[in-house]
Design a protein around this ligand. Structure first.
Ligand code: PLP
Length: 379
């Protein structure tokens, strides 16, 4: 059987990794400034994480959600404490798309409506809004049989209000910082007005923190930069440091009932062990502090590079924008300079999404390689 060929692949075969370094099958070392779409939060094969997972696997990897699992309770308590959202409740699942599906479902159950408002260039998972096709009115396409999504431009609150006025919108879903869409983000004024408008019209505000959460933005959640509260927050990626796990954090205004949501794999013993280890390491290594320090350093250091239009994003969720398509630059960085970076829908943007453990010296390595690559590409 062959693989269904949906991914263009670089000819590199990683076989091991430690912290921000990936080693391929020829022994070549790469600096990982992308962490596999922002998944590696505490560094590859972090020793405490590996030990906890191995130990859990030796005892019990999985059993059904219909049986007591104290690891889920421990995870919920630790996540509440670290995120500052102790009065929220946790529903565990296995991916970002599944988290968003459950968030949308919960919204619909809650207010009995079904239309969803999302934003241009947003991405919420392969099973949801991202696959929608927009027409010139920016309305459109089913997420599933029951839901349609209306896409609006970011930061235009009057357009959102006009949609909410219609009375059929169940939820507004918005990324804390847009990921693959190109690192755009709502302004503080916009987030605050959005929260108010959602309250006024009984619309659920869903913050998709699948990529921007878990400390990546410099706060635990990116929306926390804006002084707002969310009704439901979806998380995944950095939550398990490579172990597939997702979740929604649900505000106290929602009431649980048996059978309302469900999943087979979510909340398994192994996934909880991975997620607890991630939170323990974030706390132990004070990674939040590291994110902010390296971000400040990055902003200064990147000024050495000529021809940059702007640096987008926040914390360690960054995009360096040029006035040309960066595909060749990115390829050169990977193949010749051995540095992984990411791409976005905006072809001029080089995405920097490293493990939260990245060091200032890694930024020096990147900036040097970037300057050299730009020079070499000119010739
Ligand atoms: N939401 C955001 C903001 C994402 O960036 C992604 C994945 O890139 C998803 C949701 C979907 O997550 P998953 O691929 O785990 O289903």
């Amino acid at each position: 059987m062959n693989l269904f060929n949906v991914y263009p692949l670089y000819d590199i075969t990683p076989v091991k990794a430690l912290d921000c370094t990936i080693t391929d099958n020829n022994g070549v070392e790469y600096l990982d400034l992308y962490s596999g779409h922002g998944v590696i939060s505490i560094g590859h094969t972090q020793p405490d994480y590996v030990e906890k997972l191995k130990n859990q696997l030796d005892h019990l990897g999985f059993y059904s959600n219909a049986i007591q699992n104290p690891l889920q309770v421990e995870l919920a308590q630790k996540l509440g404490k670290l995120s500052g959202l102790e009065d929220y409740e946790l529903f565990l699942c296995s991916s970002g798309a599944e988290a968003n599906e459950n968030a949308l479902k919960l919204a619909s159950f809650h207010n009995g409506k079904s239309r969803v408002v999302a934003f241009d260039n947003s991405f919420h998972g392969r099973t949801s809004a991202a696959v929608a096709v927009t027409d010139n009115k920016k309305i459109v396409a089913p997420i599933n049989a029951q839901q349609v999504v209306t896409f609006l431009p970011l930061n235009q609150i009057e357009l959102v209000e006009a949609e909410l006025e219609k009375g059929d919108v169940t939820a507004v879903i918005i990324e804390g910082i847009q990921g693959v869409g190109g690192l755009d983000q709502g302004t503080t004024d916009f987030f605050q007005a959005l929260e108010k408008a959602c309250k006024k019209h009984d619309v659920v505000l869903i913050l998709d923190e699948v990529q921007s959460g878990y400390g990546r933005s410099g706060k635990f959640f990116a929306f926390q930069h804006h002084g707002v509260n969310a009704d439901i927050i979806s998380v995944a990626k950095g939550m398990g440091n490579g172990f597939p796990v997702g979740a929604i954090l649900i505000s106290p205004r929602f009431e649980a009932s048996f059978g309302l949501l469900g999943t087979t794999f979510g909340g398994s013993h192994l996934s909880c062990a991975a997620s607890i280890a991630v939170l323990d390491v974030i706390e132990k290594l004070d990674l939040q502090k590291n994110v902010n320090e390296v971000y400040e350093y990055f902003l200064e250091k990147i000024k050495e590079v000529p021809g940059i239009k702007q640096v987008k994003g926040k914390g360690l969720m960054l995009g360096v924008e040029f006035d040309f398509d960066v595909a060749a630059l990115r390829k050169k960085l990977i193949i010749e300079k051995h540095i992984f970076t990411g791409s976005a829908n905006n072809k001029n943007l080089l995405r920097i999404l490293p493990p939260l453990t990245v060091k200032k010296s890694d930024i020096d390595t990147f900036v040097k390689a970037l300057k050299e690559s730009l020079e070499e590409l000119k010739n």
